[in-house]
Design a protein around this ligand. Structure first.
Ligand code: COI
Length: 358
């Protein structure tokens, strides 16, 4: 179904918007519009539109409210030097969204509809992209099961929507690096579970551990594998990379319990093309500590659409803590970060065809 455009009659005035965009933070400033596509069994996907941002009206028996049948995506649109706007690898998000839908027993949204909805919203709200150096428009496509039924079976009605948030850096404060808390009590995902789907339930289950991290003075939680409670998997909302003194890079393999990060995948490509030996292999928390203490591990960083590339300076757990590379910002981390950001923002050529002008 073609995407209709119903412009809002009440846009936020330009001067008010300018104030919001001066220092937007992350995920608290929202734009004027949203995209919506509805689904039911008889009509399939229908009524695709970009319309004024508005609250949903739903029945209290809507399945998403009870059984969390929900998936989402995260992607960004950037201002380009010449005045245009570009998306970064939106096709990768469209593919992952369809895979998440299948895992959560939802109807996969055709990738072209996903892309059109995102492009349509970016065109409607392009003025909402901050002009600050680290500013972008964070796009949040999501799908929820709707209807009125408490039986335990997949819903037959769904709402797909995209909202947009003007954002700056995810981590506030000007510390050069973030600190991690290794939870021993909680796991994020187990084999056969939903770990590699981008579903809200994964994040709901991680919040108690994230709160534990904050109580312990740390920025993010580190999850270990569910079986041996040894192997580093991912952080509360981002993937993790390790850098060694021989210039090699390691990140946990995608074995079913780890989110297939688009930023993760892009950095692997950039690192290989810089000539850095790259391994997607398990890495244990004991080895991480030993390597950090011996100096064999020189850098570590978190990565994601929201986090971009953020250096990790300190790792703390129930049995003590260690620092990484004297908590300074590592050179390979920064080289990778710049290579990625320069492509995203159009400050460097894009040999991979990752950016799409909108
Ligand atoms: C993203 O990086 O887009 C994410 O999904 C992280 C988010 C949970 C803040």
């Amino acid at each position: 179904s073609r995407l209709a455009f119903e412009p809002t009659t009440k846009p936020v005035p330009a001067d008010e918007r300018a104030k919001l965009l001066a220092d937007p933070g992350f995920g608290r400033v929202f734009t004027d519009h949203m995209a919506i596509i509805e689904y039911d069994e008889s009509k399939g996907w229908h009524d695709a539109r970009v319309t004024a941002r508005h609250p949903f009206k739903m029945d209290p028996a809507s399945p998403v409210l009870h059984y969390a049948q929900e998936i989402f995506e995260g992607m960004k649109a950037y201002r380009r030097p010449g005045g245009g706007v570009a998306l970064f690898r939106p096709d990768a998000n469209a593919r992952r969204f369809a895979k998440s839908a299948i895992r959560l027993a939802m109807p996969p949204l055709p990738e072209e509809m996903f892309l059109e909805s995102v492009r349509g919203l970016v065109r409607a709200d392009r003025e909402w992209i901050p002009e600050t150096e680290d500013g972008s428009l964070y796009l949040r496509p999501f799908m929820i099961a709707n209807g009125s039924f408490l039986g335990m079976r997949p819903s037959t009605e769904f709402i797909y929507a995209v909202i947009a948030s003007s954002v700056g850096a995810y981590f506030k404060g000007n510390a050069p690096s973030v600190s991690l808390w290794v939870t021993r009590e909680y796991v994020r995902a187990a084999p056969g579970g939903t770990g590699e789907a981008k579903c809200g339930g994964n994040y709901a289950g991680s919040l108690i551990a994230q709160a534990e991290a904050i109580r312990n003075g740390c920025d993010q939680v580190v999850f270990l594998d569910a079986i041996e409670r040894r192997w580093v998997e991912e952080l509360g909302g981002m993937n993790v990379f390790f850098v060694f003194d021989d210039g090699s890079i390691r990140t946990p393999p995608l074995d079913g319990t780890i989110l297939h990060g688009v930023t993760r995948d892009s950095l692997l490509t950039l690192a290989r093309d810089m000539g850095a030996p790259v391994r997607e292999e398990p890495y244990s928390i004991e080895q991480w500590k030993a390597d950090a203490e011996s100096g064999r591990l020189t850098e570590a960083f978190a990565c994601g659409t929201a986090a971009v590339v953020t250096p990790i300076g300190r790792v703390k757990g129930v049995d003590g803590e260690f620092t990484i590379g004297g908590q300074s910002v590592g050179p390979l981390t920064m080289r990778l970060r710049s290579a990625l950001v320069d492509i995203q923002r159009g400050h460097a050529p894009d040999p991979y065809g990752w950016t799409e002008r909108v």
